[in-house]
Design a protein around this ligand. Sequence first.
Ligand SMILES: NC(=O)c1ccc[n+]([C@@H]2O[C@H](COP(=O)([O-])OP(=O)(O)OC[C@H]3O[C@@H](n4cnc5c(N)ncnc54)[C@H](OP(=O)(O)O)[C@@H]3O)[C@@H](O)[C@H]2O)c1
Length: 315
Amino acid sequence: MTKAVRFEEYGGSEVLKVVEVERPEPGPGEVRVSVVASSVNPGEAKIRSGELHEMFPTTFPSGEGSDFAGRVERLGDGVTGVSLGDEGIGFSDTRSAHATDVVVPVENIVPKPDAVTWEEAATLYVAGTTAVAAVRAVEVEPGDVVVVAGATGGVGAFAVQLAKHAGATVIGTARADDADVLRSWGIVPVEYGDGVAVRIRDAVAALPGGGEAGGVDAFIDTVGAGNVELALELGVAPERIDTIADFDAARTHGVKADGNAAGGGARTLAELAALIVEGALTVPVDTIYPLERVAEAYDHLAERHVVGKVVLRME
Ligand SMILES: NC(=O)c1ccc[n+]([C@@H]2O[C@H](COP(=O)([O-])OP(=O)(O)OC[C@H]3O[C@@H](n4cnc5c(N)ncnc54)[C@H](OP(=O)(O)O)[C@@H]3O)[C@@H](O)[C@H]2O)c1
């Protein structure tokens, strides 16, 4: 037997139970991974609440969890290229990673470098590859000024660093308490809320040479809450705006909505891990919860004021 998160009905975090289930067996081309860490994501909470029923209808009992890091512990028929005990970073397409064991196609895992911690590795699929997709979507070029809304959140923390790594000057919107964190990553902090457009324009004008260039070149919205409209008000071209959170605004204004599905899967996981090894990317881990406290992890995430990622540890 093994432990896994299950829920039997849509609802709040109280419907989440950690239960004993049969240990899953890998089929042909699959591997079973003993999960060391996984991370929690707002999208999972939306699926569990029923908010996304039209898009992702759930059958009960349902598991959850997409991203994980762990050790390969069993190989299905025909699997090559990995060995028992290999440490990997991966993703589940069947939302079953919040468990002590997960079975996935071997293509869904890449090697975990020693320099990448279990916690970091467990955050790379949903938040990391989504940020990669968003940065790609707005075509960040060296010298650009890029605004990221929600700059310290799970996706935002990746997006600001990736845009900076691509050569942009990055302005991140966050609450005032998070300004020092953003400065420590080399990001210009701007407080969100009333008057944010003026504060962003002032921040651009204060950049070296900013007064002459005069504008924001690209905008990544990880929040919703009027940020697409803010980007348009700042004069950003629709094709250089990407939202991962406001699909109505994307339709209305013809801006991009590239997210996890455009993120590139396993190949991108390997690229993100390599950036961590190089020192070009750090993953802030907000809080670590044991699997048994998965409901508390989601309650904490639901406050929507994390810095980086909330992680589950299975061992
Ligand atoms: N489309 C996709 O493929 C995809 C993939 C992943 C996530 N998502 C969605 O993207 C959103 C963000 O996910 P996440 O994992 O980054 O969430 P998260 O970790 O909960 O981060 C939320 C962040 O939003 C910030 N925030 C809250 N209100 C804000 C406002 N009015 N203006 C600017 N920032 C604000 C918070 O910053 P402060 O603490 O500073 O307030 C916090 O850092 C969620 O809606 C999620 O469902 C979509």
